[in-house]
Write a new protein. Structure first.
Length: 73
């Protein structure tokens, strides 16, 4: 699994844990909903700045965002 897919899967996992739609996350992170969808699907390279915006919108620190079994391998 490549890093784009891992990051997308992690965002989707955290978003669902917070019971947020892609639209909710897009609004909270000041990003476009189609951008969120393409990141979650592993189709887009995401900048660290946008990872930070998404983590903030999900109320998750960057440390906790990356501290997951998804990133172990």
């Amino acid at each position: 699994m490549d890093i784009k897919t891992k990051i997308g899967d992690r965002i989707k996992e955290l978003r669902k844990l917070k019971n947020m739609s892609q639209k909710d996350l897009a609004y909270s992170s000041d990003l476009d909903r189609s951008y969120i969808a393409s990141v979650e699907n592993g189709q887009r390279n995401i900048s660290i700045k946008n990872i930070e915006k998404i983590a903030d919108a999900l109320n998750v620190s960057l440390k906790n965002f990356f501290n997951n079994d998804t990133f172990e391998n």
